[in-house]
Ligand binder design. Structure first.
Ligand SMILES: Nc1nc2c(c(=O)[nH]1)N[C@H]1C(S)=C(S)[C@@H](COP(=O)(O)O)O[C@H]1N2
Ligand SMILES: [Mo]
Length: 503
């Protein structure tokens, strides 16, 4: 008779060991190395290693739930690898336990190679790997029948299920504990931003108020979020500092107190992500409170030859912005407020950049901590290293929001949407029904050339299937192209087209 543990029991023992190890690692991270949770460190490393097409794929599959999807994927992979380790330990001890240890080592490597790693970055994965390896070794041994102290099936189940349950509980508790870190939230909630010297005006006619049409100002909770940060960086404003360096006459450092003492102004700017597909939701408009970056660059004194500013965030993200976009008259700012409150943590608290007219990946650095004045032929940034274009002006786009549903009543139908090309402005929008002539839509009042503008047009739709398209003309006379292009490498193009059935 085979004295070994059964293979199903071995796979389960390995999976339970993986859960126990992960739980131990997550708990250790919460206690001693908050940025070095094994799962988060591996996730962050995967994000940084992923090629451009993978980013596109994940965003197209999961949208802004991309981070949750990645965490679930890592969890499933960990359990599967654990099961493999159990089977390996059954067949060729001690290689299964060694595989569990290797997973811990990968976690250590991932945590240690993060930008600004915690001093104790190795501890969580070291502990997790050790617990995992010990469990794989112990569980498989305890069910090997030639062992004098072999456990009954029932005893084995009790021990392994308890270990997995403890591990799962520790992982959940650490996640909840991190999310509920009130001390950090209290800092943000206790802040009072100074009143704006110039407050933004939103003209009365800017909001058409049509049901289903995106509001002209996007509430913070509905604002799209795109970044590479699996765990939102927690930057205490009291410790925040911005360093302006590189090709400058003199380095400038700016503290939070100093920034707030400057004459802050409100401005309304539409932000768009290069990954937005035609008709997509990765675009939004907010009232930003901030200070013009050009004044700070003037203070530092930009040296001749510079043509790019490489901004860097806590966590290591970088963006390369054309110097010109930060020194010309457009309202490129260091923002501290969003729609009347301090920046939400996931939108860059305490300070981010907002640059009208450029996609976020080349301009909108959140949790920004340094601006290096440099040259495009010397420096590259996070997404340009992954195949995206070095220059990222926002392309002219328009979107149909209404009708939202594919089935509508025949007769007069209100079509409505938004159109944008920040820093240029939108002059007109046209709508086409079933490939017929283009018809002028009515435009809402523009807030400024830096914001999207709502539009609407009533059309007659007889019963049957119909196709609606829209296109915009910019204030500089450009007609939105109907040629379709994917988001990579520098932004999608094409006319947004929807199909409806009227009955
Ligand atoms: N630190 C940091 N800033 C970042 C990013 C990032 O990954 N990390 N992503 C950029 C991208 S690609 C976009 S589109 C905008 C999105 O800003 P939002 O999340 O506030 O909408 O942030 C930009 N700033
Ligand atoms: Mo983006």
């Amino acid at each position: 008779m085979d004295q070994r543990i059964g293979s199903a029991a071995a796979a389960w023992a390995g999976a339970a060991s993986a859960i126990a190890g992960a739980g131990a690692g997550e708990l250790a991270a919460l206690l001693v190395a908050p940025q070095s949770s094994p799962v988060a460190a591996i996730g962050a490393a995967l994000i940084d290693l992923a090629p451009a097409w993978a980013k596109d794929l994940v965003i197209s599959l999961f949208g802004t739930a991309d981070k949750l999807a990645l965490l679930v994927l890592i969890g499933v992979a960990l359990i599967a690898l654990g099961a493999g380790a159990g089977l390996l330990q059954r067949a060729r001890p001690p290689w299964g336990a060694a595989l569990a240890g290797l997973l811990g080592a990968i976690g250590i490597l991932a945590a240690a190679t993060r930008e600004n790693p915690d001093p104790l970055a190795a501890v969580p994965s070291l502990l997790g790997g050790a617990v995992g390896a010990a469990c794989v070794f112990g569980f498989v041994r305890l069910r090997t029948r030639e062992q004098p102290r072999a456990l009954s099936r029932r005893g084995f189940l009790i021990v392994s299920v308890s270990a997995a349950a403890l591990g799962a509980a520790a992982a959940v508790a650490s996640t909840v504990g991190r999310a509920a870190d009130r001390s950090f939230q209290a800092i943000r909630q206790g802040l009072r931003l100074p009143a704006a010297r110039a407050a933004a005006e939103v003209p009365e006619g800017a909001e058409l108020g049509i049901a289903g049409l995106d509001p002209v100002i996007t509430p913070n909770r509905d604002f799209y979020r795109i970044d590479t940060a699996l765990i939102v960086p927690q930057v205490d404003p009291a410790e925040w500092e911005l360093r302006i360096h590189g090709l400058v006459e003199q380095e400038v450092t700016l503290t939070w107190e100093e920034l707030l003492a400057l004459p802050l102004e409100e401005s309304v700017t539409t932000l768009a992500c290069v990954s937005n597909t035609v008709g997509g939701e990765l675009v939004g408009t907010a009232v930003w409170l901030g200070y013009p970056i050009r004044h700070l660059l003037a203070r530092a004194g930009v040296r001749p030859g510079a043509d790019m500013v490489l901004s860097r965030s806590r966590g290591g993200f970088t963006a390369g912005t054309p110097l010109e976009a930060l020194t010309d008259e457009r309202n490129a700012i260091l923002a501290v407020g969003m729609n009347g409150e301090p920046l939400p943590p996931e939108h860059g608290f305490p300070v981010r950049m907002v640059v009208p007219g450029l996609y976020g990946y080349v301009s909108a650095t959140k949790w920004v901590i340094s601006l290096e004045v440099t040259r495009f032929d010397r420096a590259t940034a996070y997404w340009t290293d992954r195949g995206w274009s070095a220059r990222g002006p926002i392309k002219l786009q328009s979107r149909i929001d209404v009708p939202r549903q594919p089935r509508i009543r025949s007769g007069t139908t209100v079509v409505a949407g938004v159109a944008w090309q920040p820093n240029v402005g939108v002059e007109s929008v046209e709508v086409r029904v079933d490939g017929g002539p283009w018809q002028q839509a009515e435009l809402a009042s523009a807030i400024s050339d830096d914001t999207w503008v709502q539009w609407t047009l009533p059309v007659e739709l007889p019963p049957g299937d119909h196709e609606l398209s829209c296109r915009a003309r910019s204030a500089s006379g450009e007609l939105q192209t109907g040629d379709t292009a994917p988001p990579a490498p520098d932004g999608a193009t094409g006319w947004h087209t929807i199909r409806v059935t009227a009955a």
